[in-house]
Design a protein around this ligand. Structure first.
Ligand SMILES: CC(=O)SCCNC(=O)CCNC(=O)[C@H](O)C(C)(C)COP(=O)(O)OP(=O)(O)OC[C@H]1O[C@@H](n2cnc3c(N)ncnc32)[C@H](O)[C@@H]1OP(=O)(O)O
Ligand SMILES: CC(C)C(=O)C(=O)O
Length: 554
């Protein structure tokens, strides 16, 4: 890279000075009109553009998501594109509330072919573009401003003429001065006015002016100033829909769309997951769900996000990044201890509040709303803490470990994760728990069976217990079952068991319910050990937990 990039690159100087800009103090309260251009701008950027079948699958999904305007093709580009338009029209595959849109260059032969593709459509948007930016005027067209205006006017006049030949279709026209964001604002305005002069839109039959950031060259606030300036100056504002079409070259396509909406735009054109030329078009999934998480209905619905991801990956042949906002497979997952702790507490608090408002540390959206489960919310590796481990074992096995036991268990899990050097799944964690706390056949004390005899107040624990492999009969008295088992163990020469904490709970409901018991003990040399027992019978679970703790005393 250059040490002095100023010798090669010029800063983008904001082309409008708008000291009284209004957009920064506005708020977005309603969703815009959306146009999916997946099947056109997205498609033209693929190494292998979609064939008719892939286009059909994508189109059906866009309709199901709720798009009402879909740019389906560049019909004059290829037979496939043309045929797809025909297929939708002839197959009557366009719902009444959906309008298809197609794109054309400003060339009369291409415009004629474009209209031919739309024969018989009930309603359609025809979108014409030509470059207006100085670089493109100079390099691509070799034309002066007035010649570029003539190019646009010739094209939009041809559109009008073609449309008049087909009165059975309700036509909407769209014009894009490309690339608006580095066209001189006065020229962009002038050429759009000249286009409107031809089309004569009315509030009842508005035209769409699309102001693309074909290549994103500045910060989103600069684009927003340009949009606000344009909205203020365009005549017939009530007869014009202002559309924006941000690309993502600087990585701020979504911000550009949102700020452009603040600045007065009515409509956003983009692609699912930001497919499109180079770094892509603005990502409509992210933009829409940004509305949703502000409590605003985006008008687009993703109740099964994984299916959308899979379909888009199939159709585009491009994977969706695991960190993609809202949709990536890792974006609702916490591996790190402090995040896991906060999320786990968040779920408890959410349950206690029970008022429906989503307030969850680290999770801006409830994964369930977009068809994800809570299973993947917390995953465990060597960066995880006790909260995460406790969450997994609770979700997977229904065990609610006491807090100090969580710390103990988490240390063991962390050691294991460090040792094997990968993420631990629920089975790994369960095995670690079994090894650490549940009775094992190789233990010093193994419960065979037991009974409690005698009247209340003088109950006696009598157990058959394998001690070091030999069967023994042990008995002990005490106030409760725990103290009777402790006494029996002592009598048999076992360790002095000082029980510091005992907890139990049910796992599940009904006939298949089990009980889990947890015991925390102090050893005579000051160590703390834990044991756990699981059994359909709560008393047996306690006995097992005590024996496990005794075994863990070493
Ligand atoms: C920013 C965008 O995404 S715009 C959309 C871009 N999408 C596509 O281009 C995909 C579909 N395109 C195609 O299939 C082809 O480009 C076609 C069918 C449209 C045209 O094909 P061809 O005429 O063979 O070639 P090509 O695209 O190279 O045409 C370039 C000519 O069109 C002119 N041109 C480019 N854009 C436009 C426009 N919007 N309006 C009028 N003329 C244009 C160029 O100046 C050039 O003219 P020249 O030959 O006199 O130098
Ligand atoms: C045709 C136009 C709207 C376009 O795709 C762009 O500017 O990126």
């Amino acid at each position: 890279m250059l040490k002095n990039p100023e010798t090669k690159y010029r800063p983008f100087i904001a082309p409008v000075d708008l000291p009284d800009r209004q957009w920064p103090s506005r708020r977005l309260t309603v969703a815009p009109r959306w146009l999916s251009t997946d099947l056109r701008d997205g498609n033209q950027a693929l190494a292998n553009p979609m064939g008719v079948e892939r286009k059909q699958r994508f189109y059906d999904m866009l309709v199901a998501i709720g798009f009402k305007e879909i740019e389906i093709a560049f019909p004059s580009a290829s037979q496939t594109e043309f045929d797809f338009v025909r297929r939708l029209i002839e197959g009557d595959r366009i719902p009444d509330d959906v309008t298809i849109q197609v794109l054309t260059q400003s060339r009369t032969d291409l415009i004629a072919r474009t209209f031919e593709s739309l024969d018989g459509a009930h309603h359609a948007i025809v979108h014409l573009y030509n470059a207006t930016a100085p670089l493109f005027r100079r390099v691509v067209f070799g034309m002066e401003r007035d010649e570029i205006v003539d190019l646009a006017v010739t094209g939009v006049t041809a559109m009008l003429e073609e449309s008049l030949k087909r009165p059975e279709t309700a036509w909407t026209f769209e014009y894009s001065p490309e690339t608006f964001c580095f066209t001189e604002p006065d020229f962009a305005l002038d050429i759009c006015e000249r286009v409107l002069d031809v089309w004569q839109p009315t509030p009842e039959r508005p035209a769409i002016l699309n102001l693309p950031a074909t290549v994103e060259v500045a910060m989103p606030n600069v684009y927003a100033d340009q949009i606000e300036w344009f909205c203020r100056h365009i005549s017939r504002r009530d007869a014009v829909v202002i559309s924006v079409h941000p690309h993502n070259d600087r990585g701020t396509g979504v911000a550009a769309a949102e700020q452009a909406l603040l600045a007065g735009a009515d409509r956003v054109e983009g692609c699912l997951f930001g497919n499109g030329e180079r770094t892509g078009n603005v990502d409509l999934v992210t933009t829409a769900l940004n509305f949703y998480t502000q409590g605003i209905d985006p008008g687009l619905s993703f109740p099964a996000m994984r299916q959308v991801v899979e379909a888009v990956e199939h159709c585009n042949g491009i994977p969706v990044h695991p960190r993609h906002p809202y949709a990536g497979e890792l974006v609702h997952t916490a591996f790190s201890g402090s995040h896991q702790d906060a999320i786990r507490k968040g779920f408890v608090a959410q349950e206690q509040r029970n008022e429906g408002i989503w307030e969850m540390p680290y999770l801006p959206i409830d994964p369930v709303d977009i068809g994800e489960t809570y299973e993947a919310v917390i995953r465990v590796n060597s960066q995880s803490g006790k909260g995460g481990v406790a969450w997994v074992i609770e979700q997977d096995r229904g065990l609610k470990l006491p807090k100090r036991m969580q710390s103990d268990f988490s240390a063991q899990v962390q050691k294991l994760a460090d040792h094997i050097g990968r993420e631990l799944d629920a089975a790994d964690i369960w095995q670690c728990f079994e090894n650490g706390y549940l009775p094992r056949p190789t233990d010093r004390f193994v419960l065979v069976d037991y009974e409690e005899t005698g009247p209340a107040g003088q109950r006696l624990f009598v157990g058959r217990i394998a001690v070091d492999g030999g069967l023994c009969s042990l008995s002990g008295r005490g106030n409760g079952l725990v103290s009777r088992v402790v006494a029996a163990l002592e009598e048999a020469g076992g360790p002095l068991v000082d029980v510091a904490d005992y907890q139990e709970h049910a796992i599940g409901h009904g006939v298949s319910a089990q009980a889990a018991a947890y015991v925390e003990c102090r050893t005579t040399d000051g160590r703390t050990v834990f044991g756990a027992g699981i059994d359909p019978d709560v008393a047996t679970a306690s006995v097992r937990a005590l024996l496990s703790a005794a075994n863990n005393m070493g």
